[in-house]
Design a protein. Structure first.
Lengths: 485, 485
């Protein structure tokens, strides 16, 4: 058993040895993805896709509760349509895939595979919006998009990725700004409550805005290795797209008016965030809310009489209680099964063997801290089921606390470029809080000199200093700096 | 009220006058789709997409109960990969969209946007299947695919469409054939029980098989206009793809063996089938199982005291009972609201005005037969809720009966080409049952002379005659013939 366990553990590169290799080891060994012959395009395997399905289900419910409706836009954007909003096309044209032929015929106008769908939504809005009665439209779609990236990495940066893109259009700027903030808060709540990932909400600097946006908000999370990951974004467009696409409506005073728009999205990147926030050298650690299997039952010495029966009884009681439970009744050794369950990040495992049955109990182990608890099988398994439910809640809380602790430990407050350099050299990567004058030249210089870029201007500001960390002039904001995925 | 009602009805072309126009009127007026500037690509609007979401939810549950897992393959197929299976590439290459550039760079090898994903699944199988322990794999994915069609029509034939494609791989031919049949039965059950569409199960003739398949099974439905619509297909591939893609596994006797494959799919065509099976001159008629709104509450004279309150009370009781209910409390006239509810095919509507409240009752109208029932509001609305549930069941049964009646009326048994011609001339389009010798030349001639093609060889055979309807030689099968969408 120990030997087998050892064997599995050896198969993943240790996080401290090579974080990037550790990451790709996990995505492969936990059977989340498989590579294909098209660079940057991956197969999302059943176990990986089931995580995405859980993310979808929870977020989709949240969106619908906030009044959003799902739609489906085409995947193709004619070049002339993409070209209509100047900033937008400048941002995206260099990285789109172009369809030039249908069958054997050359197309009159080439089509790009959507890198994002603002232009398609705008064309549609222009067709369906005439009056203030037609507003707001609160739309969302779950699709894949394509961006022709040079360097790619499973979940974090791929040429095709899955996401949801919300697109809304409102009669007034106020309503649209409210929506932008509401959806950022929705994402933050989702990450914290369901994924157990603490995030910092803030506004992007001008240089880091979405192509075509008036302002971009984001949530930023810190990974195990001290690098930042943007986990979701929400954009306010003002009426720029409306003007470019000639979307107008008759307002209550019977005047033609330009509406205001937003868009917001999260992607399969969230799976990358889960891996790098919670994973360890034994593999994946999954938050219970999105784990395809929440509890796995592992029979020990299952050839002995009564063991498999008891294990299956436990399984069916857990399932009846609405827990996503499974059994590993393969003929592998228990040690191998434990390793496998750890690799897959299953939040709770139950070990049940002849001795346990004799004692009228089983052993429950939580993945994130490897804590073992003996749990009674009495009361027709009622205690067991209740304990399993309670553990699943505790696991979310425990995972959040660990992630928050890691972030706090790796967040530094600095007052000079020199201090930033020394701090990062001494402690490794992390979030740096430092003041900024608002000047793009200083933002660039911080990155050039220290290697950390602006992640966002957090909503929760702290008055660390009154001078810009770079030029020493009067500071406008505290900025969160970091190296980013 | 009558005037408004009249107005709405006038807006749709009558089915008998111009069926094709009636169809496109409905897809637009019921707000299912909107056209875009890319020919053959449409926006599926919230009301249309909600129908698809219900179809997805029900089918996905059925698939998972049968042991299938969802995955997600890339949308791009390298040309060399598409070329690996000869029949398959011949069937699909003429109608694929080609990506030739990524950003400003020309790709070394062009990529097609998947028209179907057999080749991608095969590449993946080759990577992950080594031993009999790795089999079977029962996979499915919900994605969109692209086929560069010349003539297009919303839901029925579009260049991009949504579908699910199941792909499975098995150790033996028997297992794979069983799977092909199981999934065809699954589709038939779904269409009949949930969509109230009667279907005929059968096998496609050789000339009508899927490109690369050993055999193709299909379910065929008959539309209002007497034309046939293929509502779902299931293919058995034998080991042809496995050989072309070099997928082998070590069997229990330690020998390298080729596995056997299947694929099966249904598409957003099903929405077209719903429209053309159940719709009428007042608009859409939706089966309760997939209707976005199952019951709509329409307050009459809603400015009068107590009316809106009562309507909202009814609404919340219906919702509490798990019914998808909505209220139309706009300031339009009741007549306009009734027309609107009919256009959108809402299965049950509840009319509630001051007089109804006085009488302690409301009026319930079922969409498919416009039957009105007075229903008591007593017992804290318990009678009302129970009646609504019962009506929803009755509606499904009533819709199925009407559709079956239409099909029976339009199904003809013929013994000669001449009889086929006369029958269709006299009665209009429909299904023709006639015997066939199995010779492709006869199949072609029937189509040439009578205009009806082979839809399938039904599993339920009837011995109509012992001679082929075309050549008079010994008949092998009874074939179902028809004009197809």
């Amino acid at each position: 058993m120990a030997k087998n366990n050892q064997k599995m553990v050896e198969e993943i590169t240790s996080m401290n040895e090579d974080f990037a290799k550790w990451y790709t080891d996990i995505v492969k060994k936990a059977e989340l993805i498989e590579y294909t012959s098209v660079k940057g395009c991956m197969v999302i395997r059943p176990y990986g896709y089931a995580i995405w399905e859980n993310i979808q289900r929870i977020l989709d419910t949240m969106f619908k509760e906030l009044g959003h409706e799902n739609v489906c836009m085409p995947m193709f954007i004619p070049e002339s349509l993409l070209n209509k909003e100047k900033d937008h096309v400048e941002g995206f044209a260099p990285e789109v895939a172009w369809v030039t032929h249908g069958g054997s015929e050359k197309l009159e106008e080439r089509l790009c595979v959507r890198p994002t769908s603002e232009t398609l939504f705008c064309e549609h809005y222009a067709n369906i919006i005439q009056s203030y009665r037609d507003l707001p439209k609160l739309y969302n779609q779950w699709v894949s998009v394509v961006r022709w990236e040079k360097t790619t990495r499973p979940f974090l940066r791929s040429r095709e990725f899955l996401w949801q893109e919300g697109h809304t259009i409102h009669a007034t700027a106020e309503e649209a700004i409210d929506e932008t903030e509401r959806m950022l808060n929705c994402y933050a709540r989702f990450c914290e409550e369901y994924l157990a990932i603490p995030v910092i909400k803030g506004k992007k600097t001008e240089s880091d805005k979405f192509a075509g946006a008036v302002s971009t908000y984001a949530i930023e999370a810190l990974m195990h290795d001290g690098k930042a990951l943007q986990a979701g974004t929400s954009h306010y467009f003002g009426d720029g797209f409306a003007k470019a696409f000639d979307i107008q409506f008759t307002n209550k005073d019977n005047k033609l008016t330009y509406p205001h728009q937003t868009s917001w999205g999260v992607t399969t990147r969230l799976i990358g965030a889960i891996i790098m926030t919670h994973g360890d050298d034994n593999g994946l650690v999954l938050p219970p809310a999105v784990a395809p299997v929440q509890v796995i039952v592992i029979p020990v010495a299952q050839h002995k009489e009564g063991v498999l029966d008891k294990a299956n009884e436990i399984l069916s009681k857990l399932k009846d209680a609405g827990i996503r439970a499974a059994i590993d009744d393969t003929d592998n050794s228990p040690g191998w099964k434990y390793s496998q369950a750890e690799m897959k990040g299953i939040p709770v495992r139950i070990e049940i063997g002849p001795k346990d049955i004799e004692n009228g109990a089983c052993v429950m182990v939580t993945r994130h801290n490897r804590e073992k608890t003996a749990v009674s099988l009495e009361n027709s398994f009622e205690t067991l089921v209740e304990t399993a439910k309670q553990k699943l809640n505790e696991v979310r809380d425990g995972m959040y606390a660990l992630a928050l602790e890691n972030r706090e430990k790796k967040t530094y407050t600095c007052r000079s470029l020199d201090e930033i350099n020394k701090t990062l050299e001494q402690n490794g990567d992390g979030f740096v809080k430092a003041m900024w004058c608002g000047d793009e030249a200083c933002e660039d210089k911080v990155k050039e000199v220290t290697g950390v870029g602006s992640r966002c201007i957090p909503f929760e500001q702290e008055q660390i200093d009154d001078k810009c960390v770079c030029c020493g002039k009067k500071a406008k904001h505290m900025v969160l700096w970091g190296k980013a995925y």
